[in-house]
Design a protein around this ligand. Structure first.
Ligand SMILES: Nc1ncnc2c1ncn2[C@@H]1O[C@H](COP(=O)(O)OP(=O)(O)OP(=O)(O)O)[C@@H](O)[C@H]1O
Ligand SMILES: [Mg+2]
Length: 250
């Protein structure tokens, strides 16, 4: 299952990615969790030891230069668009609780369609993971920059995490249209931080869709300050979302 998670800043992308990764991990599946956010906090959410010390892919300059053959060709601007990436997760990315974490790090925005070697390498790596690995969860930034058209279409589902606020809904709908433009077919919402039935109804009505499910506002999550913790209610709700996801994917 290859799933990309997106949504407004602070909506709960990292939290839901971490929670789903732990559910898959408990199922004895080897999960690849990909942190596409330049702020890099998925490692912390997943309780990796010393998450601040994980070297992001984009900072592996020498490796990228070597693999893209951009070492001697910097002046000419030519480099390989299909660098070898198969060994990267196993060799360069940490694993904890059956979860392999790939931190992409900061990359320059591609200007005018021009790619830099770091961007080419990361796109290639994501596309390799999505095509070849069993369970891949991508914690995206609000946009869809890291996803090329081909990779986007190889993703089984695109989940948009949405808080029950007007801004949450408008950003959610914007992300929905970006994902549609990439040709993604299975795009579903998850309502997060809901407190009342009225919040659920607000999301249903304004998104004009039935979300995969809703996660309640959790004092335990709040108190954990960005680290993912399960409580009984959260686990039940997330399992419900997981089941509904499987049902809709069939
Ligand atoms: N259901 C919830 N109840 C209470 N707090 C939550 C809930 N979901 C997420 N949070 C908290 O809200 C904050 C933002 O969540 P999270 O980091 O998952 O969002 P994000 O969309 O990944 O944010 P960013 O855009 O900064 O990457 C975190 O401190 C998290 O613990
Ligand atoms: Mg995040």
């Amino acid at each position: 299952m290859k799933i990309a998670l997106a949504g407004k800043g602070g909506s709960g992308k990292t939290t839901v990615t971490a929670g789903l990764a732990l559910l898959f991990g408990q199922d004895k599946k080897t999960v690849i969790a990909v942190d596409c956010d330049p702020d890099m906090n998925l490692g912390y959410a997943l309780d990796f030891p010393e998450p601040g010390k994980i070297v992001p892919i984009s900072a592996m300059k020498e490796l990228i230069a070597k693999r893209t053959s951009s070492v001697d060709t910097q002046s000419s601007g030519y480099f390989k668009l299909n660098p070898e990436v198969e060994d990267i997760p196993g060799k360069f990315c940490p694993q904890h609780n059956n979860i392999r974490l790939i931190v992409m790090g900061k990359v320059q925005k591609a200007e005018g369609g021009c790619l830099c070697p770091e961007n080419a390498f990361i796109k290639r790596l994501i596309s390799h993971l999505v095509v070849n690995e069993e369970v891949v969860l991508l914690d995206m930034v609000a946009g869809t920059e890291h996803l090329g058209r081909g990779t986007a279409q190889a993703v089984d589902a695109f989940l948009i995490i949405t808080e029950p606020t007007q801004l949450g809904v408008s950003t959610g709908l914007h992300v929905y249209s970006l994902a549609c433009a990439l040709g993604i077919k299975k795009i579903w919402f998850i309502g997060n931080k809901v407190q009342h039935k009225a919040d659920e109804d607000f999301l249903r009505k304004n998104l004009n869709a039935e979300p995969l499910g809703f996660l309640s506002f959790s004092q335990n999550l709040l108190a954990a300050r960005g680290k993912f913790v399960f409580d009984d209610k959260l686990k039940k709700e997330l399992l419900g979302i997981y089941k509904e996801l499987n049902r809709r994917l069939k």
